[in-house]
Design a protein around this ligand. Structure first.
Ligand SMILES: [Zn+2]
Length: 112
C-alpha cells in the first residue's frame, strides 16, 4: 500500500512504496547523508580547533610596523572567517561569524 509522504530534502510529495521510506529519491537520500556527514565533520573540526596547540610565533620587536602588521593579520583573519561562514555547514558557520565579530569588536575597542 502506497502512502503519500513529503520528502524532507526537496519538499516534494511522493508515493512511498515502503512504510519506512523517508526520501523521494536516491538523490535526496544521498543529499541528506552528505549534509549529516558535513555537520559531523564540522563538529569534529570545532574539536580540532579547540584542541590545537598554539602556533609557535617567533617574537618580533614591538615596532610600529610589526604592530601594524599584526593588526592587518587580525583583520585578514576576520575577513577569512566571514568568507568561510558563507560556504560551511551551519554548525561551523556560527563559530566563524562569532570569531570574526570578536576580532572586529576587539579591534574597534582598541580604536583600530
Ligand atoms: Zn526529495
Amino acid at each position: 500500500m502506497e502512502t503519500i509522504k513529503t520528502c524532507p530534502v526537496c519538499g516534494s510529495d511522493f508515493a512511498a512504496k515502503r512504510s519506512t521510506a523517508v526520501y523521494c529519491s536516491p538523490a535526496c537520500r544521498k543529499a541528506s547523508q552528505r549534509k549529516r556527514q558535513l555537520e559531523e565533520d564540522s563538529g569534529h573540526l570545532i574539536q580540532v580547533i579547540k584542541m590545537a596547540p598554539p602556533r609557535p610565533v617567533k617574537p618580533k620587536p614591538a615596532t610600529v610596523d610589526n604592530i601594524a602588521d599584526a593588526v592587518m593579520m587580525a583583520r585578514a583573519a576576520s575577513t577569512s572567517l566571514n568568507r568561510y561562514a558563507l560556504s560551511c555547514a551551519p554548525a561551523l558557520r556560527a563559530v566563524c561569524l562569532k570569531a570574526a565579530l570578536g576580532i572586529d569588536e576587539a579591534l574597534s575597542e582598541a580604536g583600530l
